[in-house]
Design a protein around this ligand. Structure first.
Ligand code: PGA
Length: 240
């Protein structure tokens, strides 16, 4: 099971102290060997976080990257090699908050290619909006996101998919269990041998329901991941 923390645009150097609790917990947690813990802080914290988590179970990832593998005149951008250079092992790509600001499936495809070539593992986010859900075109949307997003990418062993319905991100809403099971099943049929995580308002309360959905391979956690207690609680309850 994957437990991925997406800190979004939150956190400064002092926030890194909150990792101590999580590192301590992971040392004594009996199921530690069975889980992967990845923290994706803002780029400003990747280097310092990577140093803090040495000798722990935690790996560090970024939240986005540029689609180029080389340096270039691209003000404000960071390419996957630069992320790797400062300690990132993973990168989140295709997050709905970035799709919202104009990222297309095609651009996401280019980013996935660059990131995997640079040796980063990719957390590839897909999901439908509320309007698309209401129109009952969820599968059509996911299918396009997957087909274009993974176009001409043969080696997929370093990619996991995070299914994040846009309407569930930061809203406290989660899909009905049967719907979620079916959607994850659909994704797994579409892309063979891939891990599929769920993301969207995962918290210590709803994890008891979510953990019962057998085909989920882990969780991408936003808001709740900023609080080490909540993050630990989510992991503990998944195995209770
Ligand atoms: P949330 O965010 O857990 O705060 O809903 C999830 C995400 O955006 O990855």
């Amino acid at each position: 099971m994957y437990f991925i923390a997406n800190w979004k645009m939150f956190g400064g150097l002092s926030t890194l102290n909150s990792l101590k609790k999580v590192i301590k917990f992971l040392k004594i947690f009996k199921k530690s060997k069975k889980i992967k813990i990845i923290y994706c802080p803002p780029n400003t914290l990747i280097r310092s976080m990577s140093k803090k988590v040495i000798n722990s179970k935690i790996q560090v990832g970024a939240q986005n990257c540029h689609e180029s593998l080389t340096y270039g005149a691209s003000t404000g951008s960071i390419n996957p090699r630069m992320l790797k250079n400062v300690g990132a092992k993973y990168v989140i790509l295709g997050h709905s908050e970035n799709r919202d600001s104009g990222e297309t499936d095609k651009l996401i495809n280019a980013k996935i290619k660059a990131a995997t070539q640079a040796g980063l593992k990719v957390i590839f986010c897909i999901g439908e909006t509320l309007g698309q859900k209401r129109k009952k075109i969820t599968k059509k949307i996911l299918s396009k996101q997957i087909i274009v997003g993974l176009q001409k990418i043969k080696k997929r062993k370093n990619i996991v998919i995070a299914y994040e319905p846009v309407w569930s991100i930061g809203t406290g809403l989660i899909p009905k269990a049967a719907d979620l099971f079916n959607t994850i099943n659909y994704i797994k049929k579409k892309v063979r041998n891939i891990k599929v995580l769920y993301g969207g308002s995962v918290n210590p309360k709803n994890i008891n329901k979510l953990k019962l959905i057998k085909n989920i391979d882990g969780f991408l956690i936003g808001g709740a991941s900023q609080d080490p207690k909540k993050f630990i609680d989510i992991i503990k309850k998944t195995y209770n």
